[in-house]
Design a protein around this ligand. Structure first.
Ligand code: NAD
Ligand code: MG
Length: 391
């Protein structure tokens, strides 16, 4: 039996992970599940999977969680400290699917114990990639990508030498506003940007898909995870979301990964790695799909991609600032304070402003430093939004 924990079990990735584990209960010994405000879901899954421990990140919800777990024998805990402690519980595999910077600390802690880290939390790589990988190496821990594009690249690289890799191409659906006229994008509302043609995801990531801030994060994630230079990484628009990524080799071969747009494939691959097991995902019928389209992304439509290129070239703290600023810009858009096309301007202005305080190329040397830069960048991004409003 493999001992597994799921951080962010109540979210979209977490629930897909729960689904896969619940299908084969005898194969897993569930150690800890963590969640947020959805206490009922957290308690139900913890009981159903027979977890040892359930943790909510909200300290004031401890009694609610205890009540919901009543009589089940599942231990309850609450607060950010309890989350990190949950990562100390011995496990063979943990899913890191907390959203945002809050996902960093539990992941780092699990690596310290040599636990295999299935990494959905892309913020960990974008803000602290080199530190995270070094932590994994220092403790002999394996990190497996769970973002669908990165899982696809990882699979295309099995048995290959990195020296033979000429380029990595990740695909982007183009998001819900893909076919809008360029001039209309500035007027896009939260509802317009929050509808996705192919993937069923939460509001924030769906808007990030329309703006391609999600793809921008994934370009940076690619650089960090696979250790390739920015000049070798590109994004291509592929409206069908069937090809998830391609790896080009020095002999001209291009290996593509195809699959249904269902996150349970990437999660299941990481869960079963290095084996492959049967997964409950739709099989692709190429004749039925008939056409796969690809086109170059228009940088006027997706300025986030241009910013990502600059961030990859700068390295150091730029990724951390980029991630923080894009989250605040998204908050500003959702709150109706800035327009859809203003988000990239806020991110650029934040990077510019932070570069006057310190050299962006200096990498953070500890997790504390990462979180400090993250806080500073968030404050600065809000100032940029305020300035824009009063201008
Ligand atoms: P989600 O919002 O659906 O779920 C997030 C989970 O984190 C929930 O369990 C929530 O309770 C928990 N959480 C939120 N704030 C927290 C905090 N401050 N402290 C502790 N826990 C907290 O998010 P999601 O879509 O499942 O995404 C999770 C991660 O995976 C993100 O980093 C996202 O970018 C990445 N990802 C998601 C998808 C997808 O299809 N949804 C695909 C690839 C990568
Ligand atoms: Mg992805």
């Amino acid at each position: 039996m493999r001992r597994v924990s799921i951080f962010g079990a109540t979210g979209s990735i977490g629930q897909n992970t729960v689904d896969l584990i619940a299908r084969d209960p005898d194969a897993y010994d569930v150690v800890a599940l963590t969640g947020g405000a959805n206490i009922a879901q957290l308690a139900e899954d913890a009981k159903r999977l027979g977890a040892d421990l359930a943790v909510t990140c909200y300290e004031d919800r401890l009694e609610d969680l205890r009540a919901a777990l009543d009589g089940s024998g599942v231990e309850a805990a609450a607060g950010q400290g309890a989350l990190t402690e949950a990562a100390d519980r011995p496990a063979d595999w943990i899913m890191s699917a907390i959203v945002g910077a809050a996902g960093l600390a539990p992941g780092f802690r699990a690596l310290r114990h040599g636990t295999t880290l299935a990494l959905a939390n892309k913020e960990s790589l974008v803000t602290a990639g080199p530190l995270l990988l070094a932590e994994g190496r220092a403790h002999g821990a394996t990190i497996l990508p769970v973002d669908s594009e990165h899982s696809a690249v990882f699979q295309a690289l099995v048995g290959e030498e990195m020296d033979a890799v000429e380029r990595i191409i990740i695909t982007a659906s183009g998001g819900g506003l893909r076919d809008w006229p360029l001039e209309a994008l500035a007027q896009a509302t939260v509802a317009d940007a929050g509808a996705h043609p192919n993937w069923d995801m939460g509001q924030r990531i769906t808007i990030d898909s329309a703006s391609m801030f999600n793809k921008a994060m994934e370009l940076i994630e690619t650089k960090e995870f696979f250790g390739v230079g920015p000049e070798k990484i590109e994004a291509v628009v592929h409206p069908q979301s069937i090809v998830h990524a391609l790896v080009g080799f020095t002999d001209g071969a291009l290996m593509a990964h195809l699959g249904a747009p269902d996150m349970r494939h990437a999660i299941g691959y990481a869960l079963n790695w290095p084996e492959r097991r049967d997964l409950p995902v739709n099989r692709i019928d190429l004749a039925q799909i008939a056409t796969l389209e690809f086109r170059a992304p228009d940088l006027r439509r997706y300025p986030a991609l241009g910013i990502a290129q600059a961030v990859m070239e700068t390295g150091g703290r730029a990724g951390c600032i980029f991630n923080a600023a894009k989250e605040i810009a998204l908050d500003g858009f959702i709150a109706g304070r800035i327009g859809f096309m203003d988000m990239s301007g806020i991110v650029e202005a934040t990077l510019d402003a932070m570069s006057t305080e310190f050299s962006l190329t200096i990498p953070p040397s500890t997790l504390e430093e990462v979180l400090e830069v993250d806080h500073m960048a968030r404050d600065r991004a809000w100032s940029c939004i305020n300035q824009k409003e009063t201008a």
